[in-house]
Each structure stands twice: as C-alpha cells, then as structure tokens.
Design a protein around this ligand. Sequence first.
Ligand code: FEO
Length: 134
Amino acid sequence: MSLMQWQDRLSVHNDMIDGDHKHLIDLINNLHDAVTEGHGADKVGETLDELVIYTATHFKREEEAMQRTGYPDYEAHKRMHDDLVGKVLDYQKKHRAGDAGAPDQVLRFLKQWLTNHIMQIDTKLGAYLGKEGV
Ligand code: FEO
C-alpha cells in the first residue's frame, strides 16, 4: 500500500512543478515498498539514492525558475531546500553506516515535510510563476 497519494489539493497549478512532485511521491512510495517488502539494504539503498538525487534535481528546477523570473522569496525558499537536502543526506549516511531504521525515518520525515512545503511554500511559487506566464 502506498505511503503517499497525489491529491488535487497538492497541485500548485504549474505543470513542471506538479509533475516533479508526482514523481517524488512515486519515489517515496517505491522506497516505502522496498522497506515494507523486506528488501535487503542494497535495494533499499538504491531506492533511497534515487529519491535523494531526484529531490536535488527538483529543487534545482524550482530554483532556476525562481531566478529566471526574479522571485522575491528566492533566498528563503532555497534555504528550506538546502536544509531538507542536508537532513536527507544525513539519513542516507546513517543508512550506509548500517542503521536499518534510517529509511523508515526518512520516509516519515519526507512525507510530512513535502506535504507542508508544497501546500505552504510551493503553492506561493506556483501562483507567482502563473502570473509571470511560466
Ligand atoms: Fe517542490 Fe520547493 O520544492
């Protein structure tokens, strides 16, 4: 069973950002499946690595859109992205060091973080980009 489902309330009304968020939710669910189906550390690690890489890719895409359009809250928004990446990298390190509980912790953390960030922060960006015609 999926940990997270896409819902219309998560839409920021920007196709690029919504598409990335949907893919992030898929990757979160893949990691959740790998953990709950009892896959080995290698498979869980691979899925976690994929999630970490795509998270960074998505953040970069949003940051480029903010910079291109002169988004006024760029610095604060980027700081939140950087904080999240730092925390996820810590969980990745813990997992690589043999902490079997790290993937489950990162999943719980990411589900909450992503939902809050999308609904409170990315929504403002989506509305701004819409006004800019992006
Ligand atoms: Fe979709 Fe600001 O992260």
